[in-house]
Design a protein around this ligand. Structure first.
Ligand SMILES: CC(C)=CCC/C(C)=C/CC/C(C)=C/CC/C(C)=C/COP(=O)(O)OP(=O)(O)O
Ligand SMILES: O=P(O)(O)OC[C@@H](O)CO
Ligand SMILES: [Mg+2]
Length: 243
């Protein structure tokens, strides 16, 4: 299965909700339980990654997910340790507004030979950090885009498209108090042909609907599910708003 085709085909019918699982937050068995609930609640794929990733834990988690669920498993690498041969695809991402070349092209070069060896599908993606930016912004030495400066995000997104990327991820940071302003999504959607992913601080059906109405193609949630005692009900609330 080609994951990018799956995304594009699904988009002909509805916008996507993707459940983010951080392999460092639970055991592989617990990750499978969450993913099963997410699948039952009709999430469209599972994203696996975190700002700090132990490669062995990642492999065990991805392997367990692939053996037990029927959804695409996509890697969201926080560093070169975020690559696993068991996944279906890898977001081959560059943090375009980092101040440190390591996060723009360095990690990518270091990971490339491994990516080639395992032959995993890669999806070229521009990763943009918007205020507050959270742990990811701190780890990635980002210069977060101010919440009032959506034009800056648009300019970076247009550059991402001209560089040949097919996806842009507008990130407020995991657990952000507020998700990104809808205006960011509207502008990028209107003036590029990129698949627009949004994440960070999306917690409720209302949040998700606001992002969907602004034009987001893929809505990612991680923290709400980590914090919820009933993953199924929480994800169902989100997928109902998005689909
Ligand atoms: C292409 C390859 C192999 C690597 C690129 C690596 C890059 C550019 C990383 C950017 C910087 C970074 C730290 C990204 C992390 C993205 C991510 C997986 C976030 C999700 O993690 P959560 O678990 O939600 O967040 P916390 O870790 O903050 O809990
Ligand atoms: O954990 P949340 O706030 O859902 O954020 C998800 C993702 O955008 C983090 O990289
Ligand atoms: Mg985490």
């Amino acid at each position: 299965m080609n994951v990018e085709n799956y995304i594009n085909e699904t988009l002909k019918d509805h916008k996507l909700h993707i459940t983010l699982i951080d392999p460092d937050e639970q055991t592989p068995a617990e990750a499978v339980e969450i993913a099963k609930q997410a699948q039952k609640a009709k999430t469209d794929a599972i994203l696996v990654g975190g700002s700090i990733t132990d490669q062995e834990e990642l492999d065990l988690t991805v392997k367990a997910l692939k053996e037990n669920i029927d959804l695409p498993v996509i890697l969201f690498p926080g560093n070169i340790s975020g690559v696993s041969k068991y996944a279906d695809a890898l977001l081959f991402m560059s943090m375009l507004n980092s101040t440190n070349p390591y996060w723009i092209t360095g990690a990518q070069a270091l990971a490339a030979p491994t990516v080639k060896k395992i032959g995993i599908e890669t999806i070229p993606m521009g990763y943009l950090i918007i205020e507050p930016g959270g742990t990811v912004g701190w780890v990635g030495d980002a210069k977060p885009i101010p919440r009032k400066k959506s034009d800056l995000a648009l300019a970076y997104a247009m550059a991402a498209e001209y560089l040949g990327m097919r996806v842009v991820y507008l990130e407020a940071g995991s657990g952000a108090e507020k998700h990104i302003p809808p205006e960011f999504v509207m502008k990028v959607k209107k003036l590029t042909n990129l698949i627009v992913i949004v994440g960070g601080g999306i917690r409720t059906a209302e949040d998700a609907k606001q992002m969907k109405d602004a034009g987001a193609d893929i809505i990612i949630t991680g923290t709400v599910v980590e914090e919820s005692s009933d993953a199924y009900t929480k994800i169902k609330e989100l997928t109902d708003a998005i689909h």
